[in-house]
Structure formats: structure tokens, C-alpha cells
Design a protein. Structure first.
Length: 217
């Protein structure tokens, strides 16, 4: 399958998923539609950054800035896995319940989390490489440093969304977010960001392993 077909397949999947969850899920998991929309936005912008030919570098960098601001929403869904506790998975016997609604919600949440984080991660690697191509006086060996800085920024973004309960659209009201962001810095916050960086490196390592396995075949 061509990359163009893959892109349209991913788009169709997200459009259908967002529409169906917004229509059908009316319980405690109604957040799925909105959170998935936020996760899809950087994936769509990422497609433009990867494949669109920008006539002016300034347009590329402005688009990349918007992508960066929205990107943490994609891996953020992985932290939504804790909402699975709302399903009360354990029965009176102490064993996990064999309930079809429970496992349907499990699939909806875990599935979209893995897909959003995975697709965004694959795109981010290509976008970081293209950023270096647009960067003047670039060094060819600086990608690992850029990757680490990117993962740290993403970890900070996930922290802001998870604990300050602020998502990207709150940037339209800077007066409301400036003080919480200035007060959030602590060792606990640094520890959380470090864990999110490790998580992203694990996904990156799996991606590299899959690519090498495919080449060896």
C-alpha cells in the first residue's frame, strides 16, 4: 500500500472513530471523542509537514510551531488509561469481570491511545529530520539532541494537560494559563516529565526495531 493510501486510511479511521464515539458514547467515557480530536490535529498537521512543499521556510516553521503545540495531545491519551478504573473491572470474587461493555470500552480507549501515540511518533521522527533540513548551518549529528529536547517539551505538555487540566485551545486565553504554568515547576513535575521521556524513547525504539526487521526481511 502506498504512503498516500496509508494517510487517507488513517484519516478515515480517525474521522469514523470521532464521529461514532461522539454519537454513541454518552457515559463517563464521553471524553474520548474530544481527546481523540485533539490527538488527530497534530497527526493531520504532521502530514502537511512531511509531504507538503513549502515555498517559504517561514511558513514551514509557523506550521511546525502549531504542530508542536498540539502534538502532546497524541501521547496524552495514553494517560487516559487510568480512566479504565471507572469500569470497576474487578467483580466480587476479585477476578476481572467478563463483561462485553467493559471490554468494548477497554478496546476503544487502549486502541485509540496506542494508534494515536504510534502514528504521531512515526510522523515526529520525519518532521524532526525535515526541521534539520530547513535549519541553517545545521549539523548532521544533532538529531539525537533535537529528539531529546522534543521529548522533554512533549512531556511538559502532557503534564500540563494531565494535572493542570489545560489543553492546547487554552492558549487562546493566556491570562488563564500563565500563572498555573509558572507555578507548576517542581521535582515531582520533573520526575513525571522524565517518565514521559522514557515512554517516548520506548515507542521510538520499537519503531526503529520494526523498521530494521522489515529491512532484514
Amino acid at each position: 500500500m502506498s504512503e498516500r493510501a496509508w494517510r487517507w486510511g488513517i484519516r478515515l479511521f480517525f474521522w469514523v472513530y470521532i464521529g461514532l464515539t461522539a454519537w454513541l458514547i454518552q457515559d463517563a467515557f464521553s471524553f474520548l471523542a474530544f481527546n481523540t480530536l485533539l490527538a488527530y490535529i497534530p497527526i493531520e498537521i504532521g502530514f502537511w509537514l512531511q509531504y507538503h512543499r513549502f515555498r517559504w521556510p517561514i511558513v514551514f516553521w509557523l506550521t511546525a510551531l502549531v504542530w508542536l503545540l498540539f502534538y502532546p495531545n497524541a501521547p496524552y491519551i495514553l494517560t487516559d488509561f487510568f480512566h479504565l478504573s471507572l469500569l470497576r473491572p474487578y467483580g466480587f470474587s476479585g477476578l476481572i469481570r467478563n463483561s462485553l461493555p467493559l471490554w468494548t470500552h477497554f478496546l476503544l480507549l487502549v486502541g485509540i491511545g496506542l494508534i494515536s501515540a504510534g502514528v504521531a511518533q512515526i510522523g515526529s521522527e520525519r518532521i524532526l529530520q525535515r526541521m534539520l533540513a530547513y535549519w541553517p548551518n545545521r549539523r548532521h549529528n544533532c538529531l539525537p539532541v533535537v529528539r531529546l529536547a522534543f521529548y522533554i517539551l512533549v512531556g511538559i505538555g502532557i503534564y500540563i494537560g494531565r494535572f493542570l487540566r489545560l489543553h492546547t485551545f487554552y492558549l487562546l486565553t493566556p491570562d488563564l494559563i500563565w500563572r498555573p504554568i509558572m507555578q507548576m515547576w517542581s521535582w515531582h513535575m520533573a520526575g513525571f516529565v522524565g517518565l514521559m521521556v522514557i515512554l517516548q524513547y520506548i515507542i521510538w525504539a520499537l519503531m526503529v526495531y520494526g523498521r530494521q526487521t522489515k529491512r532484514s526481511d
